[in-house]
Design a protein around this ligand. Sequence first.
Ligand SMILES: [Zn+2]
Length: 341
Amino acid sequence: MEALIPSYNDPIVSILLLLGTIFAISVLAYAYSLWKQEQKSKELIRFLKSFDSKECALDTKSMPFEKGMAKPLFLLALAYERSGEYSNAIDLFIYLIRHTHDNSILSHLALAYQKAGFLKRATKIYREILHNFPRQKEVLYELEYLYEKLNEFEKAKEVLEVLEAQGESVEKEKIALEILELKHAFEPMEWKFEQILAIYQESQSSLALRELFILNPKRAWSYYRAEEFTKLIDILWKLKVNMLDFDIISKNIPLQQLYFTKGYLESKPNGSSALFAVDFLASARAAENESGELAFIYICQSCKHSFPLSFLRCPNCHKVYSYKIEVSIEESKEQSGNSLQ
Ligand SMILES: [Zn+2]
């Protein structure tokens, strides 16, 4: 009788038991991954319910879905987004996420809400993405930018700390955020000057020095450094004569060239400012031609877009203090005004 029952010492039985165990574990793991995926899909659908758009022109509610439609609809949504039809883009993105359960479309949805001006909704979606994928740096940068736009400075700081913990260099972002927060504070100008001065003394950031010149040029001159000339050229050019420090200017050739060009100094200094436009105008003025003045364009070093005004964040790519000032010559406004008479 014992011979009919397989023994546990039998190697064939042991192998069968091992294979059976591996099979059972694989089936359980597969079932668990299916269950987890199902839960994530349900969670995503629940999350999307709060974003149902009622004002959309597209009737996506009754639109039947087929797998082959996903790519063309996604491209259509992107086209809507690029042409500024955000409501249609948002509705299509939501429709696609609901039917494909594709998490990667969430960042497109957030961006569409962001461009449409629904910043709170965009932050909610970015937080949802980070809930599942906490190390997505691009999402963290966008979230920090949105908190900054919403004046939620503490939350923005927390996001920067997360980025820093992931090895990102966020010094510039931190300084910009601190300055922005100080500018929003209901405090006297002198208090703001002192706070930004402390940032400048610690970081030597030219962004902080620019702010000092904007707040109080007369005081800011004490902290001027010759190497900042090209980064401050637009502000220095616009200063009125009563805001200048002629002691500092008299020891600095580029400043002398600049203010001779402007007509604030009598005689042309010897030497170069290292900026062609400034030197050219100074020579023209020495020859009694005063028909030109400096013009400035701000070129983002990250996305290469150019803008007529300076910015803390690039309006296109949102990079912090990313511009280089391009200096050119244009006909002076006074001259062009006269020529029309
Ligand atoms: Zn840019």
